[in-house]
Design a protein around this ligand. Structure first.
Ligand SMILES: Cc1ncc(COP(=O)(O)O)c(C=O)c1O
Length: 296
């Protein structure tokens, strides 16, 4: 249950949302200068917390934003925040920003990080009816950042481009959109990675993407189920002509795609490979493997 006034961890204290505050001068707010990660818990168990923490440390390291805490310290706060909200099915977001500048002309090396951990009830990217029938995707006119500008592997607060992608998709009557890289290759969607199935081979873009923890889980599950799974360069043509297309994210596992930019996907969504791999994903989660229990 979502509390009316959830407890957040903010800069050393556990505080109700109604009295939580950060400065309007925080660089995270002013500049999108921060990184974050998102894990989820199901039935009281956080899935692949170590993998999310590792990706978070990579983002912090690359962005020179590390407040110096150990992985264990981060984990304790993530678990404690979830406990204090008495959540078993949860989406937990942890954020670090460059905080409030110490001088008027801010030197980005001289900062005290702002840290926020927020545990909310579990979020699915789409409602149940949409999950059952599959989503409609467009190809966005907004491209992803090239790696020599802002490497997509940063999980950073600067998400204006993904908001623009979603705005464009929703305004055009689609559920979401895929963005391409500057060479016209398929990257990912606003908050998920993408897979295509063709002749029982599972494909996913190799680069120009956020390295989704769920994406890696589906690659491993596909191979364990006996499918060939290849990380490749693909263009929209490969999606239009696939047998099945699905997206993956921490917010629900696989989400079947039924249409891309006016083309019906060949097999009715959700297709059999999508269903099989999503069942394996939820079975893996329910098994407790790669899991961190929140409650003793
Ligand atoms: C741009 C983008 N790609 C992919 C993903 C999926 O990553 P994960 O499977 O780790 O949730 C996300 C998640 O928020 C995302 O924002």
């Amino acid at each position: 249950m979502m509390s009316d006034d959830p407890i957040l961890y903010v800069n050393g204290d556990y505080v109700p949302l109604s009295s939580a505050a950060i400065s309007p001068l925080d660089q995270g707010f002013l500049l999108g200068d921060g990184v974050f990660d998102v894990v989820s818990a199901w039935k009281g168990v956080i899935f692949k917390l170590d993998e999310h923490i590792e990706r978070f440390f990579d983002s912090m390291l690359a962005a020179c934003l590390d407040p110096g805490w150990t992985a264990e310290q981060w984990k304790d706060i993530i678990i404690e925040t979830t406990r204090r909200n008495e959540l078993r099915d949860a989406t937990i977001r942890f954020i670090v920003t460059r905080g409030v500048p110490k001088e008027v002309v801010a030197d980005p090396r001289n900062f005290d990080a702002t840290v926020i951990v927020w545990a909310a009830p579990y979020i699915f990217l789409a409602d149940e009816a949409t999950r059952d029938q599959g989503i409609r995707l467009m190809i966005s006119s907004t491209r992803g950042f090239p790696a020599d500008s802002l490497d997509p592997r940063y999980k950073c607060l600067d998400r204006l481009h993904s908001q623009l992608v979603r705005l464009e998709a929703l305004s055009a009557g689609y559920d979401d959109a895929i963005w391409l890289d500057h060479a016209g290759n398929v990257s990912e969607s606003a908050a998920s990675n993408i897979f295509a199935v063709k002749n029982d081979i599972v494909y996913t873009p190799a680069g120009g993407i956020l390295r989704g923890v769920t994406r890696q889980t589906f690659i491993d599950l596909a191979r364990a189920a006996g499918f060939k799974c290849e990380e490749v360069t693909m263009t929209p043509f490969d999606l239009y002509t696939a047998d099945e297309v699905f997206t993956t994210s921490t917010a629900g596992g696989a989400l079947a795609v039924r249409e891309i930019a006016g083309r019906q996907i060949r097999r009715a969504a959700p297709g059999p490979v999508t269903v099989r791999l999503n069942e394996d994903y939820w079975a893996l989660r329910e098994s407790g493997a790669n899991g961190t229990p929140i409650y003793d």
